[in-house]
Design a protein around this ligand. Structure first.
Ligand code: E4P
Length: 224
């Protein structure tokens, strides 16, 4: 499973990259709007920081407008993927961009049929938003399962990019289902690592070592 980080914060991207975890980045207009300074410079820096795909989202709502914007966005880095909302103009834009050889990520997907349409339009990725569905009493992961079944039925090559992730269970279940990518906010990436038995186990090892070798005692004497 590929891990993308869902952020426009360079420091988060750098930290997660240092852990060797980052295969790509997803941004959206809300995430970009939180960053200070020229957004193009921010986007360029993100593209330069990672080896994998970086999703940058269009703002326009008409197909031609989206394609025009996409042509500008791809100048920001060789790894730019154009993120397009699942609307009628969005689908038309995805078709055109695909024909131009530009990779796309169809976003704001909340139904399996939306995902099917995106795949038929040629999308490289579809992004089902699991957390936002859960928040209104639906089952976000059930959507992921349905999309995977449909794509599997027809051998569709569009990758399922699980988005709007809120907690480690979303990542675990998506991985068990065989989703291609999870785009994960940095705080959730850190939570994936945590286990109380790891913490207490490490503490016990260090205490036992220190009791028999007195490392802690010596260190604290030296510190005085
Ligand atoms: C995906 O690419 C989106 O940026 C993201 O996951 C949005 O999710 P959220 O705003 O619900 O957290």
């Amino acid at each position: 499973m590929k891990f993308f980080i869902d952020t426009a914060k360079l420091d988060e991207i750098r930290q997660a990259k240092a852990y060797g975890l980052i295969d790509g980045v997803t941004t959206n207009p809300s995430l970009m709007a939180k960053e200070k300074g020229d957004w193009k410079a921010v986007a360029r820096a993100i593209c330069g920081e990672v080896n994998g795909p970086v999703s940058l989202e269009v703002i326009g709502t008409g197909a031609e407008e989206m394609v025009r914007e996409a042509r500008e966005l791809i100048k920001l880095g060789p790894n730019v993927v154009i993120k397009v909302p699942i609307t009628e103009p969005g689908l038309a834009a995805v078709r055109q961009l695909t024909d131009m050889g530009i990779e796309t990520n169809v976003t704001l997907v909340f139904s399996p049929l939306q995902a099917l349409l995106a795949a038929k339009a040629g999308a490289t990725y579809v992004s089902p938003f699991v957390g936002r569905l859960d928040a209104i009493g639906h089952d976000g992961l059930a959507l992921v399962e349905q999309i995977l079944t449909i794509f599997g039925n027809y051998g569709m090559s569009t990758q399922v990019l699980v988005a709007s992730i809120r907690h480690p269970q979303h990542v675990l279940q998506a991985a068990l289902m065989g989703a291609d990518v999870a785009t994960i906010p940095f705080p959730v990436i850190r939570e994936l690592l945590k286990h109380p038995l790891t913490d207490s186990g490490l503490q016990t090892f260090l205490n036992d070592w220190s009791k028999s070798h007195g490392a802690t005692k010596q260190k604290s004497r030296r510190a005085k």
